[in-house]
Write a protein that binds this ligand. Sequence first.
Ligand code: HEC
Length: 149
Amino acid sequence: MTPGRRLSAFAAAAALALCAGVRQGERMYTTGAGLYATLAGSQDRLTDDAARCINCHGKDGQGLAEAGLRGSDIRPKTLGARVRRRGGPPSRYDAAGFCAALRTGIDPAGVVLGRGMPRYQIPASGCRSLWDYLLELQRGADSSSAGGW
Ligand code: HEC
């Protein structure tokens, strides 16, 4: 195998792995399957139906009013903007900050998220899949194309 071929085989394998991650992220986001969530201050596990992100953040991540609580806009371009949130100092999310917020309910500025946002016991790979799925949604919305996944 020439170095070039090896590289493209590697790129293809990486693309496949990313694709599988995006699909897993989509499943968690839209169905809640595989998510372990509790409400802040409670030990009771939420059902998959209650835990799925789409309930409160909408199918495009722009946020949705659910039971009077507004799930924020969690599109990566919004989370990536350096702004003040919930009265904290300016901060921006990256993939690691996103994961920390899901697990601990604490945002990158150190401010605790409202109780409307569940807390998730999720491995780093699960966070990454959700983040990659949100990036993919955003790419699809930006280019208005179906994607190719
Ligand atoms: C039951 C409703 C609900 C569900 C389900 C839910 N969220 Fe949230 N989420 C919220 C609310 C409400 C907030 C706003 C909290 C605040 O501003 O204090 C929020 C905030 C967030 C934030 C912080 C955004 C910011 O502006 O700082 C992230 C990131 C987030 N949610 C991601 C997710 C992901 C990913 C899932 C699925 C794994 C999910 N949420 C499921 C209600 C929900």
